[in-house]
Design a protein around this ligand. Structure first.
Ligand SMILES: Nc1nc2c(c(=O)[nH]1)N[C@H]1C(S)=C(S)[C@@H](COP(=O)(O)O)O[C@H]1N2
Ligand SMILES: [Mo]
Length: 419
């Protein structure tokens, strides 16, 4: 069904994608070439270098986006430059990262033709238009971090295969939409339901490539704050972030946040498609870790992002003035309980002081923090930040290791010099 929808229907320009009309058959590489940025174009591209091996990135300009760091173009992956996170606690739509697994992601979508089907083990199958979603349900808004399960993977030691992201495969946005549970209730979930699957418009270049389909347990789907979101930061979703509707699963890693959502299916089994049964799994033990170089005996699906905190306004190698108060700021988030405390150290972790927390935008949101320090003498300073969640979860000093490199969350260090 997805196949015919993708190949036969002509997706029309409707989401403000000026400059993209006529590109539906051209694929994202053509979009890249036409946009005048990125690999393969004549003009010398802007580049960035991430602080690990093979960290050279081209900054590419995609529709509705400012220049972002391109990780891969076929199965598009665009990383947010870290400086964006110092501009505002909300990540702007045009700077929000992009991640696709498969090469055929829709470039131009007609919102008026959009239909979401809800079927499987339900009393009444539904076919909902965008207008139905906006008018038949109570709209809900929440701020939540979407963090790729593999965010920061490039920092793992020893290195692991997979997309070598730095910290920019995350973003914090205000999402508006309808509750997943309200939509499921309208359809009426049948007895014996075990999971709900979610499928979007994108697909692999050939049938042998697994489609990107995710699943949530039925109890979670019916009790969580998951949304079918049609707005991001007060605007339509950018096409590359899932226009016209995406699943938002606050408190779960980005892999569950299915974009261009077209099919919801209630099933009586545990879904074992590639992206649940094989990919996005971690060692099934207390630490979710194994000794480097070894394989886990058993695995389970990754769900919540681990707690993170960052310094955003001072970068590695910066100079700070001796004897004057230096403001340092950043943000923290966890897997959905909220941030209770952020601590800062300017002596490599020997002593810590509590930072001042910024506005509470909700338990799924990023929480700004700030504090000040004064360097007493010339020389190197290791600045560190550590967050503690309402749940009590905090950050490890040393990163644990997984073959897939998920869950990277050690205490971050920024080395500066007092002069
Ligand atoms: N349809 C579709 N939805 C998807 C994916 C995808 O490949 N296809 N990737 C998922 C993953 S792994 C992540 S991290 C998030 C990224 O969301 P973004 O591209 O809006 O930043 O989308 C999720 N939803
Ligand atoms: Mo991801």
């Amino acid at each position: 069904m997805e196949d015919s929808k993708f190949t036969r229907r002509k997706f029309m320009h409707s989401a403000g994608m000026l400059g993209l009309a006529g590109l539906a058959g051209g694929g994202i590489n053509k979009a890249l070439a036409d946009s005048g940025g990125g690999a393969g174009t004549a003009a010398s591209p802007q580049t960035a270098t991430l602080p690990f091996e093979h960290g050279e990135r081209v900054l590419a300009q995609y529709p509705q986006k400012r220049p972002l760091m391109i990780l891969t173009s076929n199965g598009l992956q665009l990383e947010t430059p870290f400086s964006v996170f110092d501009e505002n606690i909300i990540t702007p739509n045009d700077a929000f990262f992009v991640r696709y697994h498969n090469s055929r992601n829709p470039l131009s979508i007609n919102g008026a033709q959009y239909r979401l089907s809800v079927g499987g083990n339900v009393t009444t199958s539904l076919s909902l238009s965008l207008a139905d979603l906006k008018s038949k349900f109570t709209p809900v808004e929440l701020v939540a971090v979407c963090a790729c399960t593999g965010n920061s993977r490039g920092f793992n030691k020893p290195r692991v295969p997979g997309g070598q992201w730095a910290h920019g495969a995350m973003g914090n946005a205000r999402w508006k939409g309808v509750r997943l549970k309200d939509v499921l209730d309208m359809a009426g979930v049948g007895n014996g339901a075990v999971q709900v699957t979610f499928n979007g418009m994108d697909q692999g270049a050939k049938p042998s490539v697994p489609d990107f389909v995710k699943a949530l347990d039925i109890d979670f789907a019916r009790n969580s704050d998951a949304l079918l979101a049609y707005e991001m930061n007060g605007a339509d979703l950018p096409v590359l972030n899932g226009y016209p509707v995406r699943l938002v699963v606050p408190g779960y890693t980005g892999t569950y946040w299915v974009k261009h959502l077209t099919e919801i299916n209630v099933i009586d089994t545990v879904f074992d498609g590639f992206y649940m049964g094989v990919a996005y799994r971690e060692p099934d033990n207390d630490c979710a870790c194994v000794p480097p170089g070894t394989a886990p005996a058993a695995t389970r699906p990754v769900t919540k992002p681990r707690i993170r905190s960052f310094i955003t306004n001072l970068i590695e190698g910066a100079n700070v003035a001796i004897g004057t108060a230096v403001t340092v700021r950043g943000f923290a988030f966890d897997g959905g309980t909220g941030i209770a405390k952020v601590e800062f150290s300017n002596d490599g972790g020997a002593t810590w002081k509590d930072a001042v927390l910024g506005e509470d935008l909700g338990k799924y949101a990023a929480r700004a923090w700030s504090t000040q320090f004064t360097a007493g003498a010339a020389g190197p300073l290791a600045l560190k930040v550590k967050a503690t969640a309402v749940s009590g979860e905090t950050q490890p000093v040393e990163q644990f290791w997984q073959p897939t490199g998920y869950g990277y969350n050690p205490i971050e260090t920024v080395n500066v010099t007092a002069i």
